[in-house]
Design a protein around this ligand. Structure first.
Ligand code: SF4
Length: 87
């Protein structure tokens, strides 16, 4: 989630982001690293977030940049390769 509150282009359509652990509490650069891996603090925050699954789904569905559900863009691309298409 991306962090939904720090998403540069839009906010998710649903309201799950209101319960996000990162909501209003972090440096946006942690969620949208320009290169490399996310910071360890970021990963820890996502691991204890109550809406991690929703956030990951948003990242997968929208293809948005940044960290969503504790995953990087690269990790999500790999995940999408393993998820069978929905009918
Ligand atoms: S999983 Fe991470 S990026 Fe997504 S809402 Fe939770 S804390 Fe924010």
């Amino acid at each position: 989630m991306t962090a939904p509150t720090t998403t540069p282009t839009s906010q998710p359509a649903d309201d799950w982001w209101l319960r996000a652990a990162c909501r209003g509490s972090v440096n946006p650069d942690m969620f949208f690293p320009t290169q490399g891996r996310p910071e360890p603090e970021r990963v820890e925050l996502c691991q204890r977030c109550p809406v991690r699954a929703d956030c990951l789904r948003e990242g997968l569905d929208t293809g948005s940049k940044g960290i969503w559900g504790g995953t990087t863009e690269r990790q999500r691309r790999k995940l999408k390769e393993t998820i069978p298409p929905q009918r």
